[in-house]
Design a protein around this ligand. Sequence first.
Ligand code: SF4
Length: 480
Amino acid sequence: MKFLILSENSNGSWPYLYFRGIGAQELSKRITAAGYSNTVIDWFTYWTEDELKEAVQCWFGDCDDPVIAISTPFSPTDIAYLNRVLAWAKQTWPDLKVIHGGARVYDSAIQNVDVFFLGRSMQVFEDWMRGRDVSKYTALTDPLVLKNLDFDENQDTPVIPTLSEHDFYNKDDILGFEIGVGCKFNCTFCNYELRGAKISRLASSQDLHNFFSQAYNRYGIENFFIADDTPNETDTKLEILLESFEGLNFHPKITGFTRLDILAARPKQIELYKKIQFDSLFFGIESFNEQASKLLRKKSGLYNVYDTLKTLREICPSTFLVGGLIVGLNGDSEISIRNSVLKVLEEDLLDSIQLYPLSINKSQSIFDEGYMSQLDQDPEKFGYKTQTVSTAIVSEQQWVSDWSNLDHATKLADSIANGIKFDVTNLNHMEYAGLRSLGLIDNNVAPAVVDIVRKRAYTKSKNLKLAYVEKKLNFFRSLT
Ligand code: SF4
């Protein structure tokens, strides 16, 4: 087999950013380890149809068992952009297999794909690639839809990319990595995969050190994102990260999630955060209200999380701090949310506040095992009345809590966000890291300029992607 990996990760929430998807890089690493030739085409929607066809022709030539692997972690419908290229390739190479990964829900409207891998599926992919029996993963046979029902932490291990010179990295890149897979908690609203997972296999600090060192010394890359859902679920993950810095000739700028209530409850972690000096952090606070956060199985209202934020400010003055709040939760109230936002502003505890109305979803299709949160699965059990109003493959439910409903919470979130738009930004941590790595902002960014910066970033990242397309196309041409 010979593989061509087509990746597009930039058409989700932040089309104006420039960062690499770690799924495609991990796929490439595993295909190489299995002894098959492969290369990645990043940002395929930035290629013209003719450029893509030329690349495919140069790469496959007279190959008799080609595979096109498509990775679209944020916007599966991007595959439609490839429809004509895939139809042409299937005619040109009758034995071509087209496989797809990155989506969590099967969409039967997607054409020209032979095998769908739903959710986290490196272990499933390995079995498929190596011709092993995949019946235990099979959810549908035509097309073949595979999902992991039997996660093995020794097969689907933390991702640390191998950097290939044919991926044309440069100093503007942000690269992702994982220290551990999954999260040991199981918050009621959460749909991250592998929640409640007792996973002991973690990345080694030496591998991580080598990755950072190679990224910086070969390409000048200083910016990274840790893809772990909860890097501070244990102290060990943070210790591994810190250990990996030893002997580096630069300090990696890292963005990632953090559970604020755990940090508040474990003073030892404060010391680790002081040494790591993250570039930016996202806290899924959800609610500062004790009752509401308890119902979610978080403890943001219990420990003195305000004091923890204050301490973080002192020990990590350059770290950009983002807090996410959910509006509409049972046990919460408008006054409680408004007061907590006011306190955060008065004490300058966060650089960005993101407010989301509570979301409860239902899927009419096949989805990966973790895709439905406990709340999605049984809203009544958690005190929410729901009503389905759409037949889309994933539909947002109308819900009613003990003081709000979807429409009310949406309007309230907008109203609070609007009222604070000149006091604090609404940047996500990945957005912040992306805009900063493009040289457009620093941690003193004024809230009023954020929208202008987003527009500038779009132009800059588009030019970077087009420069990449040119180099990669020349690489393909050099093969013939
Ligand atoms: S919200 Fe965070 S801590 Fe809770 S289960 Fe999800 S990933 Fe884990």
